[in-house]
Design a protein around this ligand. Sequence first.
Ligand SMILES: C[S@@+](CC[C@H](N)C(=O)[O-])C[C@H]1O[C@@H](n2cnc3c(N)ncnc32)[C@H](O)[C@@H]1O
Length: 266
Amino acid sequence: MDWMRAVRKAGSVATAFRRGGVRGVASSIVRRFRRPSAAGSKATWEGGVPSEVEFWDKYLEARGGTEWAGDFDRRLDPNLPLQPRPAALLPKQAEIRILDVGAGPLTYLGKLHEGRPLHITAVDPLASDYAKVLARHGIEPLVRTQAGAAEELTSKFPPDSFDFVFARNCIDHSYDPFAAINEMIAVVKQGRYVLLEHRVNEGATEHYAGLHQWDFSVAANGDFVIASRGAQVNVTRKCEAICDIACEVVAGNDDGEWLITRIRKK
Ligand SMILES: C[S@@+](CC[C@H](N)C(=O)[O-])C[C@H]1O[C@@H](n2cnc3c(N)ncnc32)[C@H](O)[C@@H]1O
């Protein structure tokens, strides 16, 4: 993870210098230490896009690099079983339709469940940038990521269309995480799950740089809370009419704590 962060930071400085010279680097430093306003988060989001694409460009060029080679290989393994956490939330049926939201260029999800192939749809707003980067590095994904932001899922998919909806390390990169979560709930079928896996308080950890604008956490009473710049939304309370939410904090692989949020649509 340190490798990933170092690449992101080096990339951001290089991009800022290319765009605006010393002044560009200075204003990027100022931006980094100023917390974003929630109202301006779409503009802030757009400003963070180049560093995200640059990160994946380097990751793909290096085939994951020494630290992430295993991660890269797993994403291209057609026989990788679905990871235990998502697998535990799938319905018992032969055909399972999964949506991976904010999937990046190569979905993280395993491609098989109980020996059968899964029907995985992957979406990401930067899909067209990723397509160019994949082509440049001669990589053919097992699941081609389609263009689509989490906030706009219902403009792409009918309500109640997936057996399971997944999002990892991405909804806290979005411009409106509360809207994104509501859209994920809209497209999952009744009684089925949305699973979110995010680092606890990613925005603060990354100093609100690039797309890292939001903090996801669990309140003392177990409620799921999203925050940015002092403002916060209690998602558990706001969404109690449409879903049940359970939060769990687990240790990551040397990258701090992760918040696992299981959302069951009523
Ligand atoms: C750190 S990557 C994680 C990718 C993948 N989920 C994984 O775990 O490898 C964050 C991803 O969030 C995506 N993202 C940013 N804003 C988003 C939005 N509004 N809706 C969906 N995904 C978004 C980025 O394009 C990027 O691919």
